[in-house]
Each structure stands twice: as structure tokens, then as C-alpha cells.
Design a protein around this ligand. Sequence first.
Ligand SMILES: [Cu+2]
Length: 71
Amino acid sequence: MSTIKYSVPNISCNHCVHTIQTEVADLEGIKSVKADAATRVVEIVFDAPASEEKIKALMAEINYPVAGLAI
Ligand SMILES: [Cu+2]
């Protein structure tokens, strides 16, 4: 199981938070998704078959590209 925190600059409101949480949670292997509109950070816990590549590809597809790792 891996936990990753991504910086996602396109998050601007709770609607974005909801969209990201719903879409990412649909990927197989995702255990939890927490997006935060204030910090613009998305914290994801996942296991195979999910991967960072698949998560990042999906985020880009739904118009919330990952800018990098959040500290
Ligand atoms: Cu929004």
C-alpha cells in the first residue's frame, strides 16, 4: 500500500474536490482519496493495480493535472 500527496493547482472549490474524489476513487486499487480546496493537495492511498502513472493520467484527463509532489 502506498500513500502519495500531489499538488493540483486547478483545485478551486469544493466542486473540484468532489469531482476528483469521485473520479479517482473509481480506479481499481484506490483505497482512499482526500482532496483539499484550501491547500490544493490530493492525498491518495492505493495498491496495485492502481499506480502513480494511472492516477496522474486520470487526473490530467479530468482536467486536474498533477503539478508535482506536495510536501
Ligand atoms: Cu471547483
